[in-house]
Write a protein that binds this ligand. Structure first.
Ligand code: FCB
Length: 473
């Protein structure tokens, strides 16, 4: 028997790569754009590593032609990017800014000229600051403002047949309103629950408006679902696991696919405010409007211990990081840790692609068999330009190969996986980590804006060309 050296992907598998507006564009005051919550947050001392911000980022706003050429060289069939709401409706108002829209018209035209399918995301976290000043995602009015924005972009941009409403609403709600580590930087669990609901509602409203403008549209959203394992079979760990699963998976998937919030989550947050009191009649019907595909972002699985289980976790050799022994348990009452001995990326995230295959099977078995796209997967490493002027990133190639093999495995399991997007095309502004973490398959020299494709770029180009991934990197 000959050893299998590559695994083929289905014909028409949608190979792509992804970016997001605030992380790459720069030009934050140009052509009528007004500040987003990330401009404000990144300019607040102490929020972002090294005080970095997105003022220039990859200067993609000016260099997009060069980036389009890189995409063409890579041979991707699709490109996932996001639109900056404050370029389109400055100040979060209702009036379209033609110059803001024009930028995306140029970008889309450039993609179509190169035979690359545009896959825009409506919201990848850059809420207009003016809307945050009125409560942001805790305020139901933001849902209506989002609807107006959808009207402008779907009505105003031609040549797009597939849209994603939201990217990772969990991060927007929980990192932004619950844990204070992302913009707008609030630490209020009840606010995070309200934001969860309004983000989901805005998704449903966006789907309806987009379909009314363009009945043939394909529309979905992207979730960062978790593959969690219990630290042990101890009941405290199993309970914690279920809560974490509720917070990151079921609180999104149940309303979207079953039209209801999980009762244990409603109970868990009932001592916070406003939490689920913001839900009104008809909301869940709107949220559960059928979608055409589901985007899944995956980076790393998580092992969960219950509160008070620190000692046992340490004894089992887990690294608990900086969390103090007597940490007040939050509403999750759980502690994610890393498995001893597993390789980690520069984010400190453990590498274990089996979590991805597991997760995709779970979505299929418990929720839906609509097409799934892996809308983000990738890894940060401490890349550098070597003496020959090249950037060699074998760890990233290894990471991508393992995860693509997991994708191929999921397809063999019967998962309706229709595409895969590497995060990211370019090194970029990694949110609270600023420019200190590089996820790109293209190196960015932040002083000059120069782009250098890394060795993973060439490797991924071959995967796309062969429509197959080597079983060994
Ligand atoms: C995801 C975000 C994306 C990027 C990656 C590393 O949570 O959607 O913008 O920062 O993580």
């Amino acid at each position: 028997m000959t050893e299998r050296i590559a695994r083929d992907f289905p014909e028409n598998f949608l190979w792509g790569t992804a970016t997001a507006s605030y992380q790459i564009e720069g030009a934050v005051t140009e052509d009528g754009r007004t500040p987003s919550i990330w401009d404000t947050f990144s300019k607040t001392p102490g929020r972002v590593t090294n005080g970095d911000n997105g003022d220039v980022a990859c200067d993609h706003y000016h260099r997009y032609e060069e980036d389009l050429d890189l995409l063409a060289k890579l041979g991707v069939k699709a490109y996932r990017f996001s639109l900056a709401w404050p370029r389109i409706h400055p100040n979060g108002g209702s009036v379209a800014n033609a110059k803001g829209l024009d930028f995306y018209k140029r970008l889309v035209a450039g993609l179509l000229e190169r035979n690359i399918t545009p896959l825009p995301t409506m919201y990848h976290w850059d809420l207009p600051q003016d809307l945050e000043d009125k409560g942001g995602w805790t305020n139901r009015d933001t849902v209506d403002r989002f609807g107006e924005y959808v009207q402008t972009i779907v009505g105003g941009l031609e040549g797009i047949d597939t849209w994603t409403t939201f990217n990772e609403p969990w991060c927007a709600a929980w990192l932004g309103y619950g844990y204070g580590v992302h913009a707008p930087g609030h630490s209020d669990i009840g606010a995070a629950v309200a934001a969860t609901h309004h983000l989901l509602l805005a998704h449903g409203v966006g789907v309806d408006i987009a379909r009314s403008l363009q009945p043939e549209i394909k529309i979905g959203l992207t979730l960062n679902l978790g593959a969690f394992r219990p630290g042990s079979n101890n009941q405290a760990d199993l309970d914690a696991l279920w809560r974490v699963d509720g917070n990151q998976n079921r609180i999104w998937l149940d309303p979207l696919f079953k039209g209801e919030y999980p009762q244990d989550m409603v109970d868990l947050y009932s001592d916070t405010t406003p939490a689920f009191t913001v839900v009104k009649d008809g909301d869940l019907k709107k949220i559960s409007t059928p979608i055409d595909f589901l985007g899944v972002n995956f980076y790393s699985p998580g092992t969960i211990f219950g509160a008070g289980r620190h000692k046992e976790a340490r004894e089992a050799g887990f690294n608990l990081g900086p969390i103090p022994e007597d940490a007040k348990p939050d509403h999750l009452r759980a502690l994610g840790v890393e498995t001893p001995g597993r390789p980690k990326t520069a984010m400190g995230w453990e590498v274990d692609a089996s979590g991805l295959r597991e997760l995709l099977n779970r979505v299929k078995n418990d929720y839906t068999d609509i097409p799934i796209y892996i809308t983000e997967n990738g890894a940060a490493y401490y890349d550098y330009v070597n003496a020959n002027g090249a950037v060699e990133d074998p760890e990233r190639i290894q990471y991508l190969a393992e995860h693509l093999n997991a994708c191929a495995g999921a397809i063999e399991d019967g998962v309706n996986l229709a595409g895969y997007f590497v995060w990211s095309l370019l090194d970029n502004f990694e949110w609270a980590f600023g420019y200190s973490r590089r996820f790109g398959i293209v190196w960015i020299d932040y002083d000059t804006g120069r782009r250098i494709p890394k060795s993973s770029f060439n490797w991924y180009r071959d995967v796309i060309k062969n429509n197959a991934v080597p079983t060994k990197a």
